[in-house]
Write a new protein. Structure first.
Length: 77
């Protein structure tokens, strides 16, 4: 274990909940440094496919209100 990690682990109990959340955010953000262009390409292709399906009326869109209503009805039961 590195000295820096040991210091963090030993002092984590001295941090407030907000400070712990900030540390967690910083740690997670630091892991997201790699960018995969293939992911962007896949999302672009999927969004184009979905748009074409909507435009051709192969599928029908759903409003945000309908989505929220469905979520609320399933979580209340």
């Amino acid at each position: 274990m590195s000295v820096a990690l040991k210091q963090v682990v030993e002092n984590i109990g001295n941090l407030s909940s907000d400070e712990k959340a900030q540390v967690a955010h910083c740690l997670i953000s630091s892991l997201e440094v790699q960018h995969d262009d293939n992911v962007d390409q896949a999302w672009a292709e999927l969004s184009q496919k979905r748009f074409s399906e909507l435009k051709s009326r192969k599928v029908e869109g759903v409003s945000w209100e309908e989505i929220k209503d469905k979520i609320n009805s399933t979580t209340m039961h």
